[in-house]
Unconditional design. Sequence first.
Length: 354
Amino acid sequence: MVDNNRLSSTRLRQKRAKKGRKKAFLLFFLIIFLAGAGYAGYVAYHAYKAVDKSYVKIKGREDKSEKREAPVYVSSDPFSVLLLGIENYADKGARGRSDTIMVATFNPKSQTMKLLSIPRDSLVSIPGRTRKNKINAAYSFGGKELAIKTVEQFLDIPIDYYVTVNFNGFKNIVDEVGGVTVDVPFDFDDINQKWERFYFHKGKQKLNGEEALVYARMRMKDPRGDFGRNDRQRQIVAALVEKLSSPKTLLKIDKISDVIGDNIETNMTVSEALAFRKKYSAFDSSRIEQLQIKGYDDTIRGTYYFRPDEVKLEEIKASLKHHLDITDDTTKTTTDENESSNNSTSDSNDSSSQ
């Protein structure tokens, strides 16, 4: 005969045990979820603090370029960025040269980017200097502030943001995203600063940080000289944009943030960077239009210079202004705009070599 009281008691214990297992099961996943959320929070906080270290204001500028009537907002307005690749120096007191000079413009309506490489040997007027000089000399003379003013004057557009990255930072970022793939235009080899030799073969090739730097800097073996060099640099930038846009990159955001904080300077705040990412969430390398300055070679007092073709330069200016939604009456003319513009002879003693 079955003891109904004992059976009921047993079923009650089994039901409670099953319910307890369910609670434990749910608690286990809740703990995992909270741990994951806690890690995400930690990563977000870590990334924020790391990137915040890279923020450096432009001296003498409040909240906008002198060529702007009003401040711009990355979430709603077209804006420009000056990208400067800076040589590393063992002496921290020394100011390196801007080995790479690029201007990127972004338009939120079309969700596109225009990328222009400026040959570093371009002969230009530098604000405050009595003679024309190579454009990469501006950074040597007056840091990012003078480089920005020089580019603004040269292209007749406002530079809203700047980013400087040294060679170590460039290599580390490429390595952190797992390398970049480029289309090598021809076979060549070249050396790095440690005299190590690297080989590049025509066609698709994946590059690590050191290889990417050598690939981007080589020009002596390129029949197109600075033009070929600029093309390869734009290739690297487009490949990096592609990698940084990948969801896989989010898993390395804390490490990438550390590299940014240690090797990059910019006047873009973390909140502006987040607003940019949100606005341009679908952005990738297919939305980049690459521009090139035409011109010809020249030698003055034994020093090589690149002279931009004035007609072609005006076309570049018009293209950038259109992309920035700028008309002649929406920009301000700086006081340095026409300084030394009639002086076409450079001072070879000021020229920044190579």
